[in-house]
Design a protein around this ligand. Structure first.
Ligand SMILES: [Mg+2]
Length: 275
């Protein structure tokens, strides 16, 4: 069966979590240098809890990160909960109380942003797997590979450059789009165009591979795809909170993907011989 294989990028193809962890540590070290805390690494859990609340409040993963520095300062000076600190930083209700921290917030934000400039390392096997799928795609027009990411465009492009994604043409198409059922259906239509097929004439296997049940698996399930969940350190092994967050399959490494695709009926027999 011809196949459209769509990949998430952050924490699926590359280890975004490792880069964010370094940036978060750098942010805590900046606050520590001002005497607000000791032992920066011991506060990563608090920072991540605040980050989760701020992501929910902003409705996106990459918000203005000076809010993160402000929320941490609120938490360390008021000894309040992560949720309260995030909420206060979000509404900036008490901003005037923290005016004297503005230079520190600015410095912490810049430190964090600079650390985020480090390109994320690719996961083991990612390059080999993507190249082997491309080899199959080029030789037999049997597989269309698409990268679909909703991350910050500048950061994503920096990762593409670092790993020469575009020069190597690791994917038939790269889509930087918010993920929902409609954009998933659009991504599938792009795959069909690459394969020069229409759904009416040929059965096509469409697979989405991602690390987030809410941001990847749920919209892909809603679009009717076969979904492959690859848990990552960012959120650990998530438990579905709704029926449509349940993945069709679970893998723990991209190296498991070719075998799974073959079992699903994808035409990837030629991949092994072409390496
Ligand atoms: Mg992801």
């Amino acid at each position: 069966m011809r196949s459209v294989i769509i990949f998430d990028a952050d924490n699926t193809i590359w280890d975004t979590d490792a880069v964010f962890r370094s940036a978060q540590l750098a942010l805590l070290q900046t606050l520590a240098s001002d005497g607000l805390l000791d032992n920066p690494a011991s506060h990563l859990t608090l920072l991540r809890a605040i980050d989760c609340h701020l992501m929910a409040l902003h409705g996106k993963a990459e918000y203005g990160f000076d809010a993160l520095a402000l929320a941490l300062i609120i938490a360390f000076t008021r000894h309040c909960s992560a949720e309260e600190a995030a909420s206060e930083a979000f509404t900036e209700a008490q901003t005037q109380d923290f005016e004297r921290y503005r230079p520190l917030i600015h410095m912490a934000h810049n430190t964090f942003a600079d650390a985020l400039h480090q390109p994320p390392p690719l996961f083991a096997d990612a390059l080999a797997i993507l190249l082997s799928l491309r080899a199959a795609s080029i030789s037999a027009s049997s597989i269309a590979t698409i990268l679909m990411t909703e991350g910050d465009t500048t950061r994503i492009e920096r990762a593409f450059s670092a790993h020469r994604f575009r020069e190597r043409t690791l994917f038939d198409e790269i889509l930087i789009l918010e993920k929902n059922a409609d954009t998933m259906a659009y991504a599938r239509s792009v795959g069909y165009r690459i394969l020069c097929v229409s759904e009416e004439t040929t059965p096509i296997l469409t697979v989405f591979v991602g690390d987030s049940l809410k941001r990847d698996i749920q919209p892909a399930n809603r679009a009717g795809f076969v979904t492959v969940y690859k848990p990552a350190a960012f959120k650990g092994f998530e438990i579905p909170q709704a029926d449509d967050e349940t993945p069709t399959h679970v893998i723990h490494s991209l190296a498991e993907l070719p075998h799974l695709l073959a079992r699903l009926g994808a035409e990837i027999q030629t991949v092994a011989s072409q390496g």
